[in-house]
Design a protein around this ligand. Structure first.
Ligand SMILES: C[S@@+](CC[C@H](N)C(=O)[O-])C[C@H]1O[C@@H](n2cnc3c(N)ncnc32)[C@H](O)[C@@H]1O
Length: 211
C-alpha cells in the first residue's frame, strides 16, 4: 500500500498550535472548535454503538486522538459512564477537559501518544481522523504499524475498534488491518456520485480482533 504525501496535519506541532487557538476561541466565545467530518458521522457512529450494545452504559470506551472531546460529550449525553479521551496534544487535552467541566460531565482525559500504547484495555476503541493524521506524518509506514499494534494490544477480546477515515477507502482499511482484525460492520456514511461511480467521502469501519 502506498504511503500518503506527508503534510502538516501529521505533526504534533501543528496540533498544539491549532488547539492553542481553539482554547482561546473557547474562552472568548464558548466555541468548542471543529467537529471533524461533521455531526452526522458522530450521530451515525453513536447509533451503531447503541444498537451493538443495547444495555450496558458502562462499557469502557476510549477515544484516541480525541481533540476537543465532542464525540465523548455526545456519548456522555447518551448515558455512557466509562469514558476516556487521549490525545498527544496537551492543548487538546486542556481544551477537552475545560469543555467537559463546563458541562459537568465526568470524562477522564489524559495526554498519550497512541504509538506508545495505551495503559489499559477497552471494550470500544474509537478513532475519528487520528489514523488519518498519523498516515500524514513523516514516518507514516512505521507509525501506522505501531498504531495497529497499540490498538490490538488494548482492545478487549470481545471489544470493537471503530475507525472513521477520510484518507483511506474501506478496501484500503480492510487490507491494512486484515492481519490483526476482522471487519464486523460498515457504518453507512453519506455517498457521492462522480462520473457515474458511487464513492464515499468518509469511511467508518468496525473491526474485531482476530481470535
Ligand atoms: C483530525 S483530528 C481529529 C480530532 C477528533 N478525533 C475529532 O474527530 O474531532 C486528529 C487528532 O489526532 C491527534 N493525534 C495525532 N497523532 C496522534 C498520536 N500519535 N497520538 C495521539 N493523538 C494523536 C491530534 O492531536 C488531533 O487531535
Amino acid at each position: 500500500m502506498e504511503e500518503l504525501e506527508p503534510s502538516e496535519l501529521g505533526s504534533q506541532d501543528y496540533w498544539e498550535g491549532r488547539y492553542a487557538q481553539e482554547i482561546r476561541n473557547f474562552s472568548s466565545h464558548g466555541d468548542p472548535g471543529e467537529i471533524w467530518f461533521g455531526e452526522d458521522i458522530v450521530d451515525r457512529v453513536i447509533r451503531w454503538i447503541n444498537n451493538w450494545n443495547l444495555i450496558e452504559k458502562n462499557k469502557k470506551i476510549v477515544d484516541v486522538g480525541c481533540g476537543n472531546g465532542m464525540f465523548l460529550i455526545e456519548l456522555a449525553n447518551e448515558g455512557y459512564t466509562n469514558l476516556t479521551g487521549v490525545d498527544y496534544s496537551e492543548n487538546a487535552i486542556k481544551l477537552a477537559t475545560e469543555i467537559a467541566q463546563k458541562q459537568n460531565l465526568n470524562i477522564s482525559y489524559y495526554t498519550c501518544d497512541i504509538l506508545q500504547g495505551l495503559p489499559e484495555n477497552y471494550d470500544i476503541i474509537h478513532d475519528k481522523g487520528t489514523y488519518d493524521a498519523i498516515s500524514l506524518s513523516e514516518n507514516a509506514k512505521e507509525s501506522r504499524a505501531k498504531y495497529s499494534e497499540s490498538v490490538y494490544n488494548s482492545l478487549d477480546g470481545d471489544g470493537v475498534f471503530i475507525l472513521t477515515s477520510c484518507n483511506w477507502t474501506q478496501d484500503e482499511l480492510d487490507n491494512y488491518f486484515n492481519e490483526k482484525f476482522d471487519r464486523l460492520a460498515i457504518i453507512p456514511t453519506p455517498q457521492f456520485k462522480f462520473g457515474g461511480k458511487v464513492g464515499n467521502v468518509v469511511t467508518s469501519c468496525v473491526y474485531k480482533k482476530k481470535s
